[in-house]
Write a protein of this length. Structure first.
Length: 510
């Protein structure tokens, strides 16, 4: 007898519906599972048969064939246990086939028949709704996540026995309801009010947050680079519903949502160690999984001690910084991961850290060749993609002992949000939300320069031998500064500040 039901897995950051086809027939007893399943899925036949037996059902020994379609895509989710079990019971005539036609099942089974949570339920549920399924059956621990999707009935089940009893009409099962507080929201304790002095650095980070620009901070040890970077998230605009769903999908696939967790409501802040590999940074594997760049989507990726990262790891950032996505090709599939990030980097000016320090006690002991070798780990094309380069000086003693309250993140965030609102209104026809996402054609359309501003930019172009990309990025930063200044036209002072923020770190002199 033949039966079919539907399960789900993930492919990239999206869900994928899997047709689970089961045929049981007379013959030499056996259980064959086909359809390009990985080890975890192939082992499901042992879990499924044992879970069915421990749920009080003894199946006759028959020849059973299970096919997972589409057969050309590798399946790697233990969440296919439940649909295989349901389809097998339907093939034996225990569950009516009409009860499972428009339902999708996604859960791992224990040997006792209990349902266990799996990763990627949110994108699976979204895909199920888009393809017209009326209901989805998941483990109770996954119910809150599935309930983030409107338009589909979610059933949270404890075990296989409960699902069988409902599908055979022996008992009723109420749809799951949202948890009163399912949101994954962290309370940030990092505030710019804690940062004494460093007014120019805070101004640069405000501009970066307002326009979504990438930042490189160069400074001696102890100047506060890491402290400043960790507070960038506190001044970014709140997430929209669409952005929150995008992030939650990614964290669901990566297994980073807490148990019974719901919608992610704070922008990610990822800070990988400098020993991170290329795969850890951009994602990969035989079945590609998201890396740090994708986990920072719609948030901040902070790279501390930038030159300590391997050159190959840094160079793979060039495509996601430019295209806001990562394309990973494997034999079985090509995956596109989103990577709309704000990159914040910090580095010392030399290996010992004290090149250019004004203090006589901190004399640099590095040779010119050592300094050159250290800074050349960061290639010109990568530097070109970072809009703002600033030097972070030592904090003055008078600033450290000052009793005057520094400006809080809440105050700065209001200005950032106002500037972002201006940008969203202006850029809405182009389906982008901030100045950093503009291309060259958009610059001509949305970034009018006054005559004096054009003259100043021309002078800087020839003096600093700017590339076309640097030219565009100076205009983008100047556009953001003018938005903070609530000016429609880009003025000379906006261009001057943007040029200063591009060359303040003095990397050309290292």
């Amino acid at each position: 007898m033949f039966a079919r039901t539907h399960g789900g897995t993930t492919l990239g950051v999206d869900g994928l519906v899997i047709d689970v086809e089961v045929d049981s027939s007379a013959g030499l007893p056996g259980f064959d599972l086909v359809g390009l399943a990985n080890t975890a899925v192939r082992e499901s036949k042992e879990r499924v048969r044992t879970a069915i037996r421990n749920s009080g059902i003894n199946l006759q020994q028959k020849k059973v064939t299970v096919n997972l379609a589409p057969a050309g895509i590798r399946k790697d989710s233990a969440g296919l246990d439940l649909p295989i079990a349901i389809a097998l019971l339907a093939a034996y005539g225990i569950i009516p086939a009409e009860r499972i036609e428009r339902s999708l099942f996604a859960s791992e089974l224990s040997l006792e028949g209990d349902c266990r949570a799996v990763q990627g339920i949110l994108p699976i549920t979204i895909t199920a709704r888009e393809q017209g399924y009326s209901s989805i059956f998941v483990a109770c621990d996954n119910a809150n996540e599935a309930l983030l999707v409107d338009g589909i009935t979610v059933y949270g089940i404890q075990n296989l026995h409960e699902a069988i009893a409902f599908l055979t009409g022996k008992t009723s099962l109420s749809p799951s309801v949202p948890n009163p507080s399912p949101s994954m929201q962290t309370v940030s304790t990092d505030d710019f009010a804690d940062v004494q002095g460093q007014f120019q650095a805070k101004r640069a980070l405000e501009i970066a947050a307002a326009g979504g620009h990438n930042v490189l901070m160069v400074g001696v040890p102890g100047s506060g680079k890491t402290m400043l970077a960790r507070r960038v998230s506190s001044i970014l605009p709140p997430l929209t519903r669409e952005e929150a769903l995008d992030i939650t999908k990614i964290y669901s696939i990566a297994g980073l949502l807490p148990q019974n967790g719901g919608l992610v409501q704070t922008r990610p802040f990822r800070s990988p160690h400098h020993t991170a590999s290329t795969t850890a940074m951009i994602g990969g594997g035989s079945v590609p999984r998201p890396g740090e760049v994708t986990l920072a989507h719609h948030g901040v990726l902070f790279l501390d001690e930038l030159p300590e990262f391997s050159k190959s790891t840094l160079e793979v950032l060039r495509q996601p910084l430019e295209d806001k996505k990562i394309c990973i090709s494997r034999i079985n599939a090509s995956i596109v991961f989103p990577s709309d990030i704000m990159l914040v980097c910090a580095m010392n000016p030399c290996p010992c850290g004290y090149y250019g320090d004004e203090s006589p006690k901190n004399e640099c002991i590095c040779s010119p060749n050592e300094i050159r070798r250290y800074t050349r780990k960061i290639s010109g094309p990568l530097l070109d993609r970072i809009d703002i380069h600033i030097r972070i000086p030592h904090v003055a003693y008078k600033d450290l002992v000052s009793t005057k309250n520094a400006e809080s993140s809440a105050v700065i965030a209001k200005r950032v949000e106002a500037a972002r609102a201006i940008q969203q209104d202006r850029l809405a026809p182009c389906s982008i939300s901030c100045n950093a996402q503009m291309n060259h054609a958009m610059l001509k359309r949305f970034c009018p320069l006054s005559k004096d501003a054009q003259s100043m930019l021309e002078m800087a172009f020839h003096r600093f031998h700017l590339s076309a990309r640097s030219y565009d990025r100076i205009i983008k930063v100047a556009r953001t500064i003018s938005d903070l200044d609530t000016q429609m036209e880009i003025l000379p002072r906006h261009i001057a500040e943007a040029i200063q923020l591009r060359h303040d770190a003095g990397l050309s002199d290292l």
